[in-house]
Design a protein around this ligand. Structure first.
Ligand code: AHR
Length: 507
């Protein structure tokens, strides 16, 4: 297989926000996972599990979405601010969580976490059981510099300076758990909430740009995703256009119809099905992007929005990840192990997103800890980094780089390649999706390059995963490429079921 990579042919800049994460009050993602509270015997930093914090600080996820998900539509932010021992206890039933919800990890805890790990926050507003007034107060609490009741409340809770939250999602999956709305019902509600958002303009200064995010379709349903997008934008176009900065597609790789196929037990068919499922995303993005452009062409001029800087609607993906046969029966809710199968689909998903960086500007893996496609699993006091953690670490080199058009010239359907260029280096992702056989990849380039390093993630057995007793069974390693001579043709060997990032220095 030879792949031609021409670093002069680029398609766009890869937004770091494509490597975002999603945390929600489900199972043990937040409570008992990331958040153990200050009284816990588990080592913590102001209530956050210290080992998990350390791992997130090392990763620096550029974007964190919170508090849901479906949970967002029952979340009342006031219950999660102020002295923790006075916060009301609610009950969380979402996806079989079935736990009291003490609201220990609220707005200040979340935004401080974002600051600590270097992430931009994306807050999802309760559009189902919440109100416009509640949303406005939340935004005021987060962003108004001073002189108001909400800014004073924030200051008295220990944070005098505003947090400057820019990304605000309105509703979550309104076509399902978020209200079983029709596109026009959602458009009406979206219109009301989005047009009531404060701009934070003061004294004629250019205000920080607030980016309202509309909820897009269920990316897994071919007919419904077309109808939702078309009908939603048509409904918005009927009258004065509310501000809309981004449109949030959710895309899950459903592998739940085969109950014998769990997160750790699968055969060749299960492997193929899950790899194929992840690869469908490319087509879904292209279709949604084209549809959005066609819809926008019929909408009133952007000057009818409240902020004239919002001149385009980005496609974003607030949730993506694998669901396996054991997700629904798992306790804690939605906890899955992460094998090389998931590591490969995470890598392929990131490659699809990166290669479409001209269309997609943000994406969040669902979810960071203990839920579905996790990067981190916790078990009592143990914190285990999954192979997905390594994939995100390995792929950080693409943040801010230019995506290169790559042209496969020969046929190996199991080999997937993506490359970007930055600071005189071409970084090539080489994913060998063959579960059992090694592969060779030959890259051809217009000018000579020098192999400067290669990171590889693979395991003896593709079912391998990291556990409390064997936390580093699957770990990325450096491959010695110093014996590969520089030139315009570079050949590397790839393990079966492996994710590889090859660094080529331009000479
Ligand atoms: O990520 C788990 C759940 O999946 C989210 O809460 C919901 O938005 C989606 O259906």
């Amino acid at each position: 297989m030879s792949i031609h990579i021409d670093p002069r042919l680029t398609t766009g800049t890869i937004s770091p926000y494509l490597h975002g994460q999603f945390i929600e009050f489900l199972g043990e993602c937040i409570d008992q996972g990331l958040w153990v509270g200050t009284d816990s015997i588990i080592p913590n930093t102001d209530g956050i599990r210290t080992d998990a914090l350390k791992a997130l600080k090392a990763l620096k996820p550029p974007l964190l979405r919170w508090p849901g998900g479906c949970y967002a539509d029952t979340y009342h932010w006031r219950q999660g601010v102020g002295p923790r021992n006075q916060r009301p206890v609610g009950y969380n039933e979402n996806f079989g969580t079935y736990q009291p919800d003490g609201h220990g990890f609220g707005t200040d805890e979340f935004l401080r976490l974002c600051q600590a790990v270097g992430a931009e926050p994306w807050i999802n507003v309760n559009m189902l059981s919440g109100s416009v007034a509640e949303m406005r107060d939340w935004m005021e609490y987060c962003n108004r510099p001073s002189g108001t009741a909400m800014s004073a409340m924030r200051a008295s809770n220990g944070h005098p300076s505003p947090y400057g939250v820019k990304f605000w999602g309105l509703g979550n999956e309104p076509w399902a758990g978020g209200g079983t709305m029709t596109p026009s019902m959602y458009a009406d509600r979206y219109r009301m909430f989005a047009s009531a958002m404060p701009t934070f303009a003061e004294n004629g200064d250019q205000p920080p740009m607030i980016r309202p995010i509309a909820c897009g379709p269920d990316g897994n349903k071919p007919m419904e995703r077309v109808r939702w997008t078309r009908d939603f934008f048509q409904a918005l176009a009927q009258y004065r256009q509310p501000p809309i900065a981004a449109y949030d597609l959710h895309f899950y790789n459903w592998n739940i119809d085969h109950t014998d196929d769990t997160s750790t037990q699968f055969d060749q068919d299960g492997w193929d099905r899950v790899i194929r499922g992840a690869l469908e995303l490319g087509e879904v993005i292209d279709q949604q992007w084209n549809l959005i452009q066609a819809c926008l062409a019929t909408m009133p001029h952007p000057e009818s929005t409240m902020d004239s800087r919002l001149t385009r609607v980005d496609l974003v993906m607030g949730e993506w990840g694998n669901w396996h046969g054991d997700a629904f029966t798992a306790r804690p809710a939605l906890r899955q192990q992460v094998t090389m199968r998931d590591a490969l689909t995470s890598a392929l998903t990131l490659d699809i997103l990166q290669s479409r960086c001209d269309k997609v500007s943000m994406a969040c893996n669902a979810q960071t800890l203990n839920v579905l496609n996790s990067l981190i699993l916790t078990e009592d006091d143990a914190t285990i980094l999954t192979p997905n953690y390594d994939v995100f670490m390995m792929y950080r080199c693409h943040q801010g780089a230019r995506a290169i058009q790559s042209l496969p010239e020969a046929d190996n359907p199991s080999l997937h390649v993506f490359a970007s260029v930055k600071d005189g280096h071409i970084m090539a992702d080489l994913v060998n999706a063959d579960m059992a056989s090694a592969a060779e990849a030959t890259l051809t380039l217009p000018e000579p390059v020098r192999p400067a390093g290669m990171q590889s993630l693979s395991a003896q057995d593709p079912h391998a995963c990291n556990t409390r007793s064997d936390p580093d069974q699957v770990r990325a390693r450096q491959v010695d490429v110093s014996d590969i001579p520089e030139g315009r043709e570079i050949t590397v060997r790839l393990d079966p079921a492996s994710v590889n990032v090859l660094d080529l220095a331009m000479v």
